[in-house]
Design a protein around this ligand. Structure first.
Ligand SMILES: C[S@@+](CC[C@H](N)C(=O)[O-])C[C@H]1O[C@@H](n2cnc3c(N)ncnc32)[C@H](O)[C@@H]1O
Length: 291
């Protein structure tokens, strides 16, 4: 696994957390540890969570290379839908700030055997962030109804050709099980022959499958609720999202009673960041304080 993930909106997210030395913070999506490292460097005492144990291995190595006090940071594997249990287990019962940087990391996308990218056609169609649990994308696409496939491709993937693609997958799997990334790419190619258009379709349906496989939207809702209970009054919740459905959940959550919205409009990456890091283009940072 490579460790090339470039943190999105790092400065903005860390500034939003208003890190006070000695206070406790949670990075709910540690990934390669870019945001985590910045919090600890500012003097925060950090609990980093990720459901991907490979990501935590990379982040641990990264923080170990820095001259940081080991008692100021801890990483733990788990799904942030269980953020309260994970935090309580590590003595983080009340914290001053919590960051979520949602979605997929570059390491996940660039590791062929994880099946996150349509580029690696020999890879198993997996797409699980926690490889120890749950159905793979292959199991999902071979099991669900054509209507469910359509829902995944259209709402999570925001793909206009969702109906045609769902029907094509449904037909193809009755002839031969879909097992590899290449099997799915072949089905998409039968519906979208033009290469340049096909890549866009592929990235959208892989996004849709990823969201479904990892049950990302319900994890987000549960994670936000848990986070709010863990924050001290005045504590900061900062969320970077990459998908309109995620952003809607975050926006609605922050508008609830008991929260003060700090970002009336989401913070977006500047032109320079967007140019250097294409993945940042859809990012939106929203911030709220607990009253
Ligand atoms: C965009 S990356 C985070 C990058 C990180 N902020 C950095 O600077 O390196 C998102 C990470 O969140 C993790 N993740 C996504 N959903 C999660 C969940 N429900 N629970 C725990 N980790 C999750 C992924 O495994 C991935 O490593």
């Amino acid at each position: 696994m490579s460790d090339t993930h470039v943190s999105v909106l790092r400065q903005e997210a860390i500034a939003a957390l208003e890190v006070v030395p000695g206070k406790k913070y949670i990075d709910a999506t540690t990934g390669a540890g870019g945001h985590s490292l910045a919090i600890v460097k500012k003097g925060g005492v950090l609990l980093g969570i990720d459901q991907d144990k490979e990501a935590l291995r990379i982040a641990t190595r990264r923080l170990e290379q820095e001259q940081l006090k080991p008692e100021n940071w801890t990483f733990t594997q788990g799904n942030f839908r269980n953020i309260e249990t994970l935090a309580n287990a590590h003595g983080f019962n009340l914290v001053s700030g919590i960051l979520f940087d949602l979605g997929v990391s570059s390491m996940q996308l660039d590791t062929p055997e994880r099946g996150f990218s349509y580029r690696f056609t020999d890879a198993p169609l997996d797409l699980r962030m926690d490889t120890s649990t749950g159905d793979t994308a292959a199991q999902l696409v071979n099991r669900v109804t054509a209507e469910e496939l359509y829902d995944i491709f259209s709402s999570y993937g925001e793909e206009q050709l969702a109906r045609k693609l769902a029907d094509a997958v449904y037909r193809a799997r009755s002839v031969k099980r879909i097992v590899t990334v290449g099997d799915l790419v072949e089905v998409v190619a039968s519906v979208v022959p033009g290469e340049s258009m096909r890549y866009g379709v592929l990235s959208r349906i892989f996004q849709g499958l990823r969201i479904a496989v990892n049950d990302e939207l319900s994890s987000l809702k549960l994670g936000l609720e848990g986070a709010k209970r863990l924050l001290v009054p005045g504590g900061v919740l900062a969320v970077i999202s990459f998908h309109s459905l995620e952003d809607r959940i975050v926006k609605q959550f922050m508008r609830q009673a008991g929260s003060q919205v700090i970002t009336k409009h989401p913070i977006r990456p500047g032109e320079q960041e967007q140019e250097v890091n294409r993945r940042s283009r859809s990012a939106k940072l929203r911030v709220a304080k607990k009253l």
